[in-house]
Design a protein around this ligand. Structure first.
Ligand code: SF4
Ligand code: MG
Length: 334
């Protein structure tokens, strides 16, 4: 089956400081219809940059320098901007962590949803109003007929996030990208918004790319997960297998440092050491400076993907069949 979203070798450079930074460095992932795929990692690892690259909504200082981002076989990076505008909202929508930054404070909720509808459908005014009401009901906003004429400040944080989801769903997208959609919400509201997303997915069969730093959110939502570190994915697996057997030393540290596996709002554990500067070119494993298992091989050879179980792949020399001999041979070099 062809995946809905298929990303190959995506590279996004950021030009803000003295040296260009490899914010996304060879990203590969694919998502099927109806699937929730979680991209897990610490802040600054390139998750949001990956999302903005897919939407082609990067800040001016960033540029995509290589790769393919295919939706149903169509490479978004080859589309003229006018065509890309039709893709946004209609085929792929995005919701962000902070709804206040995305909602216009001086427009009613109805007017904002109508703007999205007008971009993609030719609805006459009466029908648009009906559709807006139905969308708001769908995301659990009661008394939608009245509330649609209110302004964002009249909505609580959780309700604003529901409005954002409503706006994102107005064009019936096939893929929803949700960048830390519940991080700014308190625990109870967070659970409600996640429930809502899952419920909507079952009804619409849309795919979700869920960006998060929260293992609890991954446990609850994802079918598959990929762990991102320093601009690249270092492990990917079906959710259950990942939770049973996280393989990459970085993934293991994420688990080890959590008080309980499913505890919410913990964020990711602080792991000693620094993420390497992404301005440099890597000749070995990016995690070597923080990895308790690192040996000489790790510093001069980039680990390749190794499949350790069905659909569970990891980039780490520990899983390389040939590595043990190399390991003892190179132990003296350390
Ligand atoms: Fe650690 Fe080496 Fe594996 Fe990198 S390749 S995670 S340094 S053991
Ligand atoms: Mg982010």
């Amino acid at each position: 089956m062809t995946p809905l979203l298929d990303i190959k070798n995506l590279r996004t450079m950021l030009h803000t400081g003295l040296e260009p930074v490899r914010a996304v460095d060879g990203l590969e992932l694919s998502i099927s219809k109806g699937e929730t795929f979680a991209l897990l990692g610490e802040s600054g690892c390139g998750k949001s940059m990956s999302a903005l690259s897919i939407m082609r909504l990067l800040p001016e200082a960033a540029e995509i320098v290589d790769g393919q981002i295919k939706i149903d076989g169509c490479d978004l990076l080859q589309l003229p901007e006018a065509e890309m505008r039709k893709v946004r909202g209609k085929r792929i929508s995005m919701i962000f962590q902070e709804p206040m930054l995305s909602l216009n404070p001086v427009m009613t909720i109805a007017a904002q949803i109508e703007e999205v509808l007008n971009q993609h459908f030719d609805l006459h005014a009466g029908l648009a109003q009906e559709r807006i009401k139905a969308i708001l009901q769908q995301v659990g906003i009661s008394d939608a007929a009245r509330r649609m004429n209110e302004y964002p400040f009249q909505f609580s944080g959780g309700m604003k996030q529901r409005v954002m989801i409503a706006m994102a769903l107005a064009g019936n997208p096939e893929l929803l990208i949700a960048d830390e959609p519940t991080t700014a919400l308190d625990v109870t509201i967070q659970a409600q918004v996640l429930d809502l997303m899952r419920d909507l997915q079952q009804r619409t069969h849309m795919a979700i790319l869920l960006i998060t730093h929260d293992l609890g959110v991954v446990a609850e939502m994802a079918h598959r997960v990929a762990v991102m570190y320093a601009g690249e994915i270092i492990e990917t697996a079906p959710r259950d297998h990942f939770f049973q057997q996280p393989a990459h030393p970085y993934s293991q540290k994420l688990f080890a440092a959590l008080p309980t596996r499913h505890k919410r709002n913990q964020g990711l554990a602080v792991i000693s050491g620094q993420v390497p500067p992404l301005s440099q070119e890597f000749h070995g494993c990016r995690f070597a400076d923080r990895c308790p298992h690192a040996w000489a091989l790790c510093r001069h050879t980039i680990p390749e993907w190794i499949e350790i179980a069905p659909n569970h792949r990891v980039r780490c020399h520990l899983f390389d069949q040939q590595a043990p001999s190399l390991r003892s041979a190179s132990a003296a070099e350390m």
